[in-house]
Design a protein around this ligand. Sequence first.
Ligand code: MD5
Ligand code: FE
Length: 204
Amino acid sequence: WAEPLAEGAVILRRRARDEAAGLMTLVSEVSAQNPFHHRITPGGHRMSVAMTNCGNFGWSTDARGYQYSVQDSATGKRWPPMPERFRALAAACAAEAGFEHFQPDACLINRYEPGAKMSLHQDKDEEDLRQPIVSVSLGLPAVFQFGGFERGDAAQRVLLEHGDIVVWGGPSRLRFHGILPLKPGIHPATGAFRYNLTFRRAFR
Ligand code: MD5
Ligand code: FE
């Protein structure tokens, strides 16, 4: 069932649990084509989160900055297509949260290893910020930081577990957020990792 976190943000606890194994198979297929990669930020830091993408566009970062592009700058290859099952799940969850007709054109797949984290940031590289982002957590649990609209605002902590889906829309689309360093562990579905899939509409 849908539980509001804040205006525009809805958590669907365990929504993907029963189909998680199928989702992980598709993640493996995507990463067999375009491997997970620790990207370098424009500031020269190697990200602790490893990333790949599928869909028409993929998000990445390099010396030039953050961008959505049709190909993987690490390999020069186009991103693999977004599996129909991914697209359908994202659209269904967006609708359950009140966002009808969500048609993602990008899926960023983040892989967290023990100690990996994501510092507080806003997602604002997409053209139409009225479109929500749907995120699917798989594997090891992580502590999510859900902040305000300024970097220094107090942040709530929310535990995101295997199969949890969050739809971030409306005013919550632009909140600062991050992930605290992942605690080591072994999860039956993902081994020593946490995966997070984010479905986005990068371009109108
Ligand atoms: C994660 N990923 O768990 C998160 C899930 C990212 C990222 O933050 O940028 O790859 S998406 C969380 C999110 C997205 C958009 C808005 C808000 C949270 N929010 O307003 O809190 O790897
Ligand atoms: Fe983000």
